[in-house]
Design a protein around this ligand. Structure first.
Ligand code: G3H
Ligand code: 13P
Ligand code: NA
Ligand code: ZN
Length: 323
């Protein structure tokens, strides 16, 4: 069956790597994630956002994730698979997921006051732990769009708060804000430098804050949201075939490698999958205008996703071979 994140995180912290947390909203994304993680022998966290539940239906999504456990076995190698609620914003939403087979939930109380965040997170943890479901909390606010919550500027996690938060809530992992953000435009051009090729180079993540957090809660599982790298090749393909993505910029893979080697044991990636899928579909539709069988353009997109996810596990997160 589905696994919670406890064992996964313990191994990741000890082993100096990060477990991939990939979002899915449809069949082909799920197939690609499972195929890539089986082929690289990597544990995986399947993430469902409230937007995904609205788009694809909550019942269908969770049964697809359950089916994915069987599908992975069929592919020939058993890997730990967690089904995780991404950015839960209320107790009721978390409870609904816990009551319906999720093995892990996030309660994102980061936009509340510290005291309200503690109370809400504690309430979710007390409920979840009765069913052996693990809980991710968040301290600090990421810049950009977090579902419906818009934070204009990021507020970095305050290291002075983490020990108290973890102790009071009994949460299993902690998402932090050290300079990542959601989506394909993580930094404005004015925040970046341009290299010789004219490509935007973002400011580095705040590893000093991460180190300070690690010092306060040694060995505690840390989570990084907003960790897509926004590959320039995918952006270029999208723009070449009729798209218009301006100033797209993500987190360089070298930074994520450094994070994965630390107490960061879960790295969230959604936008890179969206970019790869869109690039592949645009290319097929542009090059084969007569094509109208969705399998003929979503299929190649799925193949491209497998390659991308395998690359993350093998070359960035270090989770390959850990299952
Ligand atoms: O945190 C954001 C994730 O990428 C999910 O995005 O809310 O559009 O499904 P979504
Ligand atoms: P990206 O937008 O960088 O892929 O982040 C995804 C995420 O944090 C999901 O919770
Ligand atoms: Na790690
Ligand atoms: Zn997120």
């Amino acid at each position: 069956g589905l696994a919670n994140t406890r064992e996964m995180f313990k191994k990741a912290v000890d082993g100096g790597y990060a477990v991939p947390a990939y979002n899915f909203n449809n069949l082909e994304q799920l197939q690609a994630i499972i195929q890539a993680c089986v082929e690289t022998k990597s544990p995986v966290i399947l993430q469902v956002s409230s937007g995904a539940r609205k788009y694809a239906n909550a019942t269908l999504l969770r049964n697809m994730a359950r089916g994915a456990v069987e599908y992975a076995k069929e592919l020939g190698y058993e890997i730990p698979i967690a089904l995780h609620l991404d950015h839960g914003d209320t107790f009721e939403l978390c409870k609904d997921c816990i009551d319906n087979g999720f093995s892990s939930v996030m309660i994102d109380g980061s936009h509340h006051s510290y005291e309200e965040n503690v109370a809400l997170t504690k309430k979710v943890v007390e409920y979840a732990h009765q069913f052996d479901v693990t809980v991710e909390g968040e301290l600090g606010v990421l810049a950009g769009v977090e579902d419906d919550v818009v934070a204009e500027k990021s507020t970095y996690t305050k290291p002075s708060e983490v020990e108290d938060f973890v102790k009071k809530t009994n949460v299993d992992s902690l998402a932090i804000s050290i300079g990542t953000s959601h989506g394909a435009n993580k930094f404005t051009p004015s925040q970046c430098e341009r290299n010789a090729e004219g490509v935007l180079v973002p400011p580095p993540l705040r590893f000093d804050i991460l180190k300070e957090i690690e010092k306060r809660i040694p060995g505690f599982p840390i989570v990084l949201h907003g960790s897509s790298s926004v590959p320039q090749a995918e952006v270029d393909t999208i723009n070449k075939f009729g798209g218009k993505l301006d100033d797209a910029v993500g987190i360089p893979e070298s930074q994520l490698r450094e994070a994965a080697a630390s107490a960061v044991c879960k790295i969230n990636i959604d936008s890179d999958g969206r970019l790869v899928m869109t690039a592949a579909i645009r290319k097929v539709l542009a090059e084969k205008p007569g094509e109208f069988d969705p399998r003929k353009y979503i299929g190649p997109a799925r193949d491209a996703l497998v390659v991308m996810y395998k690359g993350k596990n093998e070359n960035v997160l270090g989770s390959a071979g850990k299952a």
